[in-house]
Design a protein around this ligand. Structure first.
Ligand SMILES: Nc1ncnc2c1ncn2[C@@H]1O[C@H](COP(=O)(O)OP(=O)(O)O)[C@@H](O)[C@H]1O
Ligand SMILES: [Mg+2]
Length: 223
């Protein structure tokens, strides 16, 4: 299986609305490797978030075959999937929220503490590596929107996830901060994570290693 972090074959997903079945993903194939940065573009409502939620183990109602970190999801029970998600998947969303009553560093430490491996020195090291040590002891209300989103990204990276999922991570940011967050995502891939990002911004999307377009329920190469 080598470096395949996510391997998907024939993924289909339908939502039921009233009496109707709406097919959102249809026989979709996908693959991402260790250290690869893949972006996904596509119109609103085309199924991008639906796809990310399935890949990130937040939704298990689908048909098709998914291998995550070499393991077939169909073979795992709920507890195994929850453990896999906690240890191996990091998420960043458009409106990410840090807990306001904790410092940036404490927020970043949170996922590690959940696993019983909290260590502020490691959180600080992460902040340093991304050039953010100056905000370690500030509270969320004391930092800028861009810094908040970057801190949320570091929180997602804290447990060294093999897979980082970012759903419109720059959707709420200005041009400059969007570019900075994109560089952070590139750096995360450089450190070994497979990074999967959805964005509306075609210019940012093209800075990934590979860009895919969601269309007709499938992912195709974007030119
Ligand atoms: N929980 C849900 N129940 C019913 N339909 C949904 C649900 N979530 C999303 N959809 C529908 O599925 C389609 C894809 O949604 P989504 O994956 O959020 O698209 P995107 O992220 O590309 O904007 C849309 O038509 C949306 O209305
Ligand atoms: Mg979406």
């Amino acid at each position: 299986m080598a470096d395949g972090i996510v391997e998907i074959a024939g993924l289909s997903k339908a939502y039921t609305q009233g009496h109707e079945q709406i097919l959102v993903l249809e026989e979709l194939d996908f693959r991402i490797s260790k250290g690869e940065f893949v972006s996904i573009v596509g119109p609103s409502g085309s199924g991008k978030s639906t796809f990310l939620n399935i890949v990130g183990l937040l939704d298990d109602v689908y048909s098709g075959e998914i291998r995550l970190f070499g393991r077939k999801l169909e073979d795992l029970d709920e507890a195994e999937k929850a453990a896999l998600r906690l240890k191996n998947v990091g998420f960043v969303f458009q409106f990410d929220s840090l807990l306001p009553e904790f410092t940036v560093l404490e927020n970043i430490e949170m996922p590690a503490r959940v696993l019983g491996s909290g260590d502020p020195a490691r959180g600080l090291e992460l902040l340093r590596r991304f050039g953010l040590e100056a905000i370690a002891r500030k509270f969320p209300m004391e930092v800028s929107g861009g810094e908040k989103q970057r801190a949320a990204l570091l929180r997602a990276l804290r447990n060294d996830p093999a897979l980082l999922i970012a759903d419109e991570p720059t959707g709420n940011l200005d041009r400059h901060n969007s570019a900075v967050v994109l560089e952070d995502l590139r750096r995360a891939a450089g450190l070994g994570a497979a990074v999967l990002m959805v964005t509306h911004n075609e210019e940012l999307a093209r800075r990934a290693d590979r860009t895919l377009r969601m269309a007709g329920g499938r992912l195709e190469a974007a030119d």
